[in-house]
Design a binder for this molecule. Structure first.
Ligand code: HEM
Ligand code: HEM
Length: 196
């Protein structure tokens, strides 16, 4: 078995920030496009952009999941208590799962809808619907599930990014900098010591 490492590899870092940007952008877009007052022509176009970018987010999230299984294990930053490490690992696991479940639930809305509106991914290909029975009741159920999962992701991302800022500005360790590929110092066991 390979020894754990201190740093994230470049692919992990690129996928992390790409998926983070896509998810946050898609939540804003999803919220805006579902406002009742929006012009129907604009709404159709925003829905198509939302579904295209959402399918892209699903592809990246699946690639990231496979990569997280096969990559070398990354050690916790020095100075982390076992409970903190457990909390961080659990949050990352839930975020990883949500980044796949949210777009899957979105794909289900499009697939169960009796309106059968096609998804033109970036106007290049038509994304096939999943082979599931269609009904308005199922469409409402999946739209609610999609919204609940998406807004729960937002709440968890708020906690997750607040934790990384706490580590950066208060604990002054490398939790945030190593996800930016530029550690400010070598990882030491006593991370709470003042720097200057
Ligand atoms: C990570 C990816 C995604 C995120 C974060 C996301 C987020 C959201 C959000 C926040 C809403 C608004 C919910 C509301 O306020 O009612 C929404 C609506 C919607 N999303 Fe997504 N979405 C994603 C992927 C997808 C995908 C891949 C599809 C389809 C292929 C999709 C289809 C839809 C549809 C059809 C609605 C409107 C539902 C309704 O009529 O109420 N989404 N999404
Ligand atoms: C935009 C705000 C975000 C910030 C500031 C942020 C920050 C970070 C930092 C600093 C780490 C490294 C933790 C460590 O060193 O152990 C990390 C890891 C992680 N983050 Fe985020 N993150 C954000 C958004 C997201 C989003 C939207 C997701 C997914 C829904 C996510 C999922 C993860 C996961 C799964 C890890 C574990 C490493 C990996 O497998 O990629 N993060 N994040």
């Amino acid at each position: 078995m390979r020894r754990p490492v201190h740093r994230f590899d470049l692919l992990t870092i690129i996928l992390h920030w790409l998926i983070a940007a896509l998810i946050l952008g898609l939540i804003i877009l999803g919220f805006v496009m579902t406002r009742p007052s929006i012009d129907p022509v604009l709404q159709f176009s925003l829905f198509q952009w939302h579904k295209s970018l959402g399918m892209l987010a699903l592809l990246f999230a699946m690639a990231r999941f496979v990569h997280s299984v096969i990559r070398v294990r990354v050690e916790p930053v020095g100075g982390m208590k076992p409970l903190e490490h457990l909390l961080a690992k659990t949050t990352h696991g839930i975020l990883l799962a949500l980044s796949i479940l949210v777009p899957l639930a979105g794909w289900m809305i499009a697939s169960v809808s009796p309106l059968e509106i096609p998804t033109f991914a970036f106007n290049l290909i038509v994304v096939p619907h999943l082979p599931v029975p269609k009904s308005y009741a199922a469409e409402t159920w999946w739209a609610t599930a999609h919204a609940v999962l998406a807004y729960s992701t937002l709440a968890l991302v708020f906690l997750h990014s607040s934790a990384s800022l706490y580590h950066h500005y208060w604990r002054r360790d490398d939790v945030l900098t190593r996800m930016l590929n530029k550690e400010r110092r070598l990882i030491e066991p006593s991370a709470k010591e003042p720097t200057s």
